[in-house]
Design a protein around this ligand. Structure first.
Ligand code: ADP
Length: 421
């Protein structure tokens, strides 16, 4: 057993100030002091350095000092090494618990600088603090119970994390399938029109193709390219949101104007699907501060979903009201609704409710199309404006559609530009 002051000492402690003090006090006495900031590093360092004494903090971020002690006692070469608990926790029973877990002694923090070197020397020379067998039994049982309880919590935690990872993994593979479907549809369209043009040129023996034909081919090509651009833009937006690099160009935003523009874009699909789009009077809404283009994208996604998930012949209503320092835009549809337990998760990336088969058709048909990114993008944009987006719906029901109501709450002023009165 080492009794001289060249002994190697390991101190397992997460508090830097305590580490420095002990290192200084014992280092100046010629001890070779090594430190570790958590239990796992401590065990690895103990194996590596084979210290003659270990000073052990009890409250550590990963394993606690008692658990590390029990673990070390089970390792070859550590059954006899003095392990001294060094802790600020002096509550009733903490000394006995530490000794029952395998500690040789128990010292309290802050250390008494003038007595500490002698205390360490005593433990190096074989001092062992006593604990009666009955006390040892009681505290050993408590220690064992604590260990099992911690293990149980850890298992639960790991199972939860594992489940989330599996879900994420599935979402990502579904996403790849969706992206390929979504890109393939416009790609087929583009390649079809390109062939058509080739055919036309062949048929006319390289003489001029009628302007009408060229025009309709160009329209078809444009349609495909536009949809491809949309898909690519969605992917770029969502990756910017995920990496926190979405930049806003703040200026005055007239929500009424955005809604009117959107109505024009959506008119055709609404007419085709016999959907009524009713936009209430938004004239009285205040002009808000924000990034108009991005807010339009958020609204486009929510409106697009309202159309997509409402059966033919249904209705979509938009109203807006001022609520305190914010504007609440409410988009209500008579669509298939969203199950209550999914109402938060639909704002997650890659979240597509129901079978992904529904999403391999065109973007505008009932339930068709979509990468499961639209609401994640809307959510990211609204949050970047310090706003909030949420949905209210009773259930999902394709037979008796209960409808969904989306709220988009946007502050009238952005914090950085607010004037302090
Ligand atoms: P997608 O691109 O698939 O539409 P979103 O992120 O926009 O992805 O929406 C996620 C999911 O939320 C959709 O797949 C759909 O199941 C559900 N959802 C969104 N809006 C509505 C709505 N108005 N009515 C019913 N379900 C909706």
């Amino acid at each position: 057993m080492a009794t001289n002051s060249e002994a190697t000492i390991l101190y397992i402690e997460d508090d830097i100030a305590s580490r420095l003090l002990v290192q200084r006090v014992l280092g100046s006495r010629g001890y070779d002091v090594h430190v570790a900031g958590n239990g796992l590093d401590g065990i690895a360092l103990a194996r590596d350095k084979e210290p003659q004494l270990i000073l052990m903090d009890i409250n550590l971020p990963d394993m606690d000092g008692r658990e590390i002690t029990t673990r070390l006692r089970g390792l070859p070469n550590f059954s006899e090494v003095p392990i001294v608990a060094l802790t600020a926790n002096i509550s009733a029973g903490s000394r006995e618990m530490a000794l029952a877990a395998g500690c040789t002694g128990f010292l309290t923090k802050p250390i008494n600088v003038s007595e500490f070197p002698q205390q360490v020397k005593d433990f190096l020379q074989g001092r062992v603090e006593p604990l009666s067998p009955s006390e040892r039994n009681i505290h050993l049982q408590k220690h064992a119970q604590n260990l099992v309880e911690r293990l149980e919590n850890k298992i639960r935690e790991l199972e939860g994390a594992n489940k989330r990872l599996r879900e994420l993994d599935k979402m990502k593979s579904d996403f790849i399938v969706l992206v390929s479907h979504e890109l393939r549809t416009p790609l087929t369209l583009i390649s079809g029109y390109a062939h058509l043009l080739e055919e036309q040129l062949k048929q006319t023996n390289d003489q001029t193709v009628p302007a009408e034909t060229v025009k309709s081919i160009a329209e078809g090509l444009n349609l495909g390219v536009t949809r491809m651009r949309e898909v690519v833009n969605e992917i770029i937006s969502v990756s910017r949101i995920a990496s926190g690099t979405l930049e806003l160009a703040i200026g005055p935003v007239r929500l009424q104007q955005i809604m009117e523009d959107l109505r024009q874009d959506l008119d055709e699909v609404c007419r085709r699907r016999r959907l009524t789009l009713e936009i209430g009077d938004l004239h009285n809404l205040p002009v808000i501060e924000g990034d108009g283009k991005r807010i339009r994208v958020a609204l486009e996604n929510v409106m697009g979903n309202a159309i997509k998930f409402t059966p033919d012949g249904g209705s979509i209503f938009v109203v807006g009201r001022k609520v305190g320092d914010a504007v609440d835009l409410i988009i209500r549809d008579t669509g298939i609704g969203i199950p209550v337990k999914e109402q938060r998760r639909i704002f997650d990336q890659f979240y597509v409710l129901g079978s992904i088969q529904h999403h391999s058709t065109s973007k505008s048909a009932f339930q068709g199309g979509g990468l499961g990114l639209g609401l994640a993008i809307a959510h990211g944009i609204v949050e970047a404006h310090n706003g909030r987006i949420w949905v209210e719906s009773k259930r999902r029901d394709l037979e008796n559609p209960p409808g969904s109501t989306f709220h988009i709450l946007l502050p009238i002023r952005q914090a950085s530009q607010q004037t302090i009165l």
